[in-house]
Design a binder for this molecule. Structure first.
Ligand SMILES: N[C@@H](CCC(=O)N[C@@H](CS)C(=O)NCC(=O)O)C(=O)O
Length: 235
């Protein structure tokens, strides 16, 4: 049995991808929390010279970058997450998952996370939220047409959800009006996108997705970051 160590921080949605993959695969691992509010210590920079979480240690090998880590886990431990590419048909399924992950990461994850919350004006915030809604309608929803309830007609979570769920969870929790972090119209508008919302409901019902997430702590962390950002803007 390989020894797995995950260098992580539970606030980080990229690191959260690895937690979801490990939970879905039922793998035991050691969790090492890397404090993100202070500079990385030299020992961690030896593990990941980029200084980012997550990083995965597999026996004595280090793997970095969340998408590479989840792909490695799915390949090393064949499962329901993704078929092994043994035929053009299975290769095609993997290609479709890759397209979804690439599209979700470039059009939704990177844009929404942080940049909307810390936008400098209400107009900028609204424009970014509208751009996200438009991208979900035009680029993401069409890829979810045959979700049943998960990607590509799968009854179980796939690598597509593994790489998207942590962001979906943050949109739907931090987007609640009471936290004042995201425009109030964002969630009601997203809920109107039927095929997307059906998929979101299935994703957010999974224990493997929600297990390590502390909604209140995440909201408070962002509220603090936002207050600091606004104070700096006034200087
Ligand atoms: N592309 C990286 C992004 C990882 C990332 O941005 N992690 C953040 C935390 S969410 C980080 O480690 N930031 C270092 C810092 O804040 O100093 C991945 O997918 O693994």
């Amino acid at each position: 049995m390989a020894k797995l160590t995950l260098y992580t921080n539970r606030f980080c949605p990229w690191a959260h991808r690895a937690h979801i993959a490990l939970a879905e695969l039922g793998l035991e691992f050691e969790e090492v929390t890397i404090e993100l509010d202070k500079p990385r210590e030299p020992w961690y920079l030896e593990i990941n010279p980029r200084g980012l979480v997550p990083a995965l240690k597999y026996n004595d090998e280090i793997i970095i970058e969340s998408g590479i880590i989840t792909q490695f886990l799915a390949d090393a431990y064949p499962s329901h997450l993704e078929p092994t590419p043994t035929s053009p048909e299975t290769a095609l399924k993997r290609a479709r998952i890759n397209l979804f992950v690439e599209t979700f990461t470039s059009k939704v994850a990177g844009i929404l996370y942080g940049t909307i919350i810390l936008a400098n004006t209400a107009q900028e915030k609204a424009a970014k939220a509208n751009a996200t809604i438009a991208a979900i309608k035009s680029d993401i929803a069409p890829l979810l047409q045959d979700a049943a309830p998960f990607f590509g007609g799968s009854k179980e979570l796939t690598l597509a959800e593994v790489n998207a769920a942590s962001f979906v969870l943050r949109i739907y929790t931090l987007g609640k009006e009471e936290y004042g972090l995201l425009p109030a119209f964002l969630l009601p508008e997203l809920r109107k996108i039927e095929v997307w919302q059906k998929w979101v409901d299935a994703v957010l019902a999974k224990e493997s997705v929600t297990a390590i997430f502390d909604e209140k702590a995440n909201a408070q962390r962002w509220q603090k970051k936002l207050a600091q950002h606004q104070a700096q803007q006034k200087l």
